[in-house]
Design a binder for this molecule. Sequence first.
Ligand SMILES: [Zn+2]
Length: 41
Amino acid sequence: MPAFDTYTCNECGTAFKAMAGANAAESGYCSPVCERAGKER
Ligand SMILES: [Zn+2]
């Protein structure tokens, strides 16, 4: 069973599931859109 963890998006606050060690888990954003928005701040 893959190790999915629940994270909270740094940008929009949405809880999302990602695999531990995945890009989304490390960056803390639920989607590329949020990641871009978060990095622009
Ligand atoms: Zn988000």
